[in-house]
Design a protein around this ligand. Structure first.
Ligand code: 8YV
Length: 327
């Protein structure tokens, strides 16, 4: 008998065909108030789940006594309580690698759009208000040759550094849990403390994963340290910054502008003060959201799921310690 799995996110038909060859699939294109009760009903005897963003904690696991593999279609896995999952000997997998370039494109685009005020000026043109030469008040600031600070020099951080170094002649400062010799060699990135980055960088990209150690990593103290001309970009998770402190920093001219792809609450509340500021460019968490990359992520996640259920090593197993026990 094939193992029962639940796919709870819309995926390409080819991915479903692949999973169906090895598993009995219950498919939800999306989870909402109407589909959740059925999802939890099916979860009772499911051996695998495939999707993203769902919070998987002790309470969830209690409703899934047969679960063997949790396959996340994302590189970040802050939605998973890894300790509880590992304790139950369940494999947890993610999708590193395949999305790094697309996320770096998004974040670099956000940086450029914020520095050159593209959304604001796009609006000027489209609203018919471009009636004479633009004035100095509408000028942006240069990106090329400015110092870029990257907090979190993992796969995405390195892909951003590559663009900055080879394309934009930017000196790079970085902070990371551990030194990244490859980034130092290839992109001439200089390892710094968080404080040094805040003080010295013209652009600061926050790319760290959300962990207990990175909650509100950037707050009032860090914004105060930044240059008044600094542009801050968040491409990690909303909770890695103190959002109220960001509002304060922007309102008080502690920094020049911000570009955001992530928020503490997603979708962000339409009344959030950050959405009312011209010097804040906002995106709806689209780091990896291209057809090609989302397909690659779903394929990798499906492979993780199927191999894990066959008791084999999934290509991107997060909790390696589980493997020796299930074999
Ligand atoms: C989203 C991401 O998680 O991979 C990640 O960690 O932030 C994104 O790819 C994904 O879009 C969730 O649907």
């Amino acid at each position: 008998m094939k193992p029962k799995v639940i796919v709870y996110k819309k995926v390409d038909p080819t991915v479903l065909v692949y999973v169906r060859k090895a598993c009995d699939v219950i498919y939800f294109e999306d989870l909402d108030a109407t589909t959740l009760p059925e999802f939890y009903q099916e979860l009772k005897d499911a051996e695998g789940i495939l999707g993203s963003s769902l919070k998987i904690d002790e309470k969830f696991l209690e409703q899934a006594p047969n679960l063997k593999v949790i396959s996340n279609i994302s590189v970040g896995y802050d939605n998973l309580d890894l300790e509880k999952i590992t304790k139950r000997k369940i494999m947890a997998t993610n999708t590193p690698g395949v999305l790094y370039d697309s996320v770096a494109d998004t974040i670099f685009g956000l940086l450029l759009a914020t520095a050159r005020r593209m959304p604001e000026l796009n609006q000027l043109v489209k609203s018919g208000k471009w009636t004479s030469k633009i004035s100095e008040e509408q000028f942006g600031v240069d990106v090329h040759h400015k110092t870029l600070g990257i907090i979190g020099m993992g796969g995405v951080g390195s892909a951003i550094a590559k663009r900055a170094h080879f394309g934009f002649d930017m000196p790079i400062l970085y902070h990371n849990r551990t030194r990244n010799p490859e980034a130092e060699q290839t992109f001439h990135a200089t390892y710094c403390s968080l404080e040094e980055i805040c003080q010295q960088a013209d652009f600061i990209c926050l790319m760290t994963p959300l962990t207990p150690n990175t909650v509100k990593l950037i707050g009032e103290k860090e914004f105060k340290l930044m240059k008044k001309s600094a542009i801050f970009v968040n491409g990690s998770r909303g909770a890695t910054i103190d959002e109220d402190a960001l509002v304060w920093a922007l309102q008080n001219g502690e920094i020049l502008a911000a570009g955001l792809d992530v928020y503490t609450q997603e979708p962000v509340n339409p009344d959030h003060p950050l959405l009312k500021m011209d010097n804040v460019v906002t995106l709806p968490h689209i780091g990896s959201a291209t057809y090609e990359t989302r397909l690659k992520m779903a394929k990798l996640a499906a492979e993780n799921l199927v191999l894990g259920l066959q008791g084999k090593q999934p290509p991107s197993l997060i909790n390696q310690e589980v493997l020796s026990e299930v074999r």
